[in-house]
Write a new protein. Sequence first.
Length: 339
Amino acid sequence: MAEDFYKTLGVARNASQAEIQKAYFDLAKKYHPDKNPDDKSAVKKFQKVQAAFDVLGNAEKREMYDRYGSSFGSQRPGGGQSYNWTGQQPGGGFAGGFNPEDIDFSQFFGDRFGEGAGGAAGANAGAAGFGGFSDIFKQFKRANPGRPQRASSASTSRRGADISHTIQVPFTTSINGGEAQLSVQRQSGKVDAITVKIPPGIESGKKIRIRGQGEPAPRGGTPGDILLTVHVDAHPYYQRRGNHLVVRLPVTLAEAAAGAKIDVPTPRGTVTLNVPAGSSSGVKLRVKGYGITPKNGTPGDLLAEVSVVLPKNISESDRKLLCEIDKRYEQQPRHDLHW
């Protein structure tokens, strides 16, 4: 059974063109391959939505569809010339005097699908056989090659689209700064390798703007930028708290009991910490100015938190000895533990 284009778009048969357009925009946004990279069923639904709008979005083709149904493509409106699927008349020109050069489709779809819809989108869609939203404009231009293009001051001055991207950086790189490699897939399918400078002290979730590395602008305008969101990898020992650097400092039972001098690596070099005798897990040692150095401001501190580590394979005799030692000293380690 032939597809009912009205049911596909979810509109009544007497729906206005504005209602058809709104239904199409909502469904195209929902099922577009850019937003559903791993959903093959969404690709099929997008194809059906696009095919339905190609017909119902054109007044003359809609009239033919209403009259003849799915076989309208073989009919001739009013006994005259035939029309192809794109709505283009034989010999050039569009039905109803429609001129695709009069509408900026990249801006039209960008307004509805958000920033980057005409630029950054398209990598996933290209893999599925679709272009990004801005490729719809290109399709209209290819369908009407004989018509001269009219440039405007607005189009020549428009920037290229920005590209949103994410990057994972090691914890040490986020503190000290450095460089990272980024692979960016363009709308054309080309993959560019870009070296990114990571500023020292950057936090997870912050953004870096790489100017001029986004999508190229139409008619030789200024290219867009890359908006890079940074995600910082976790470290097995160090954590960030504001501009302070917190380190979990493992010490042996003997070091905790007798005290010890322990070397600790920091962003500013190795420092030697004095662990006081009788230190328990949780004791904090502070080193001023050895934390994170912000771009503008005072460096944070290094906070070393003692963590007593027992031997993994302690013998039974040593275990009994520790219990005997424990009995010699009256302790109440949980006297202030409450809800």
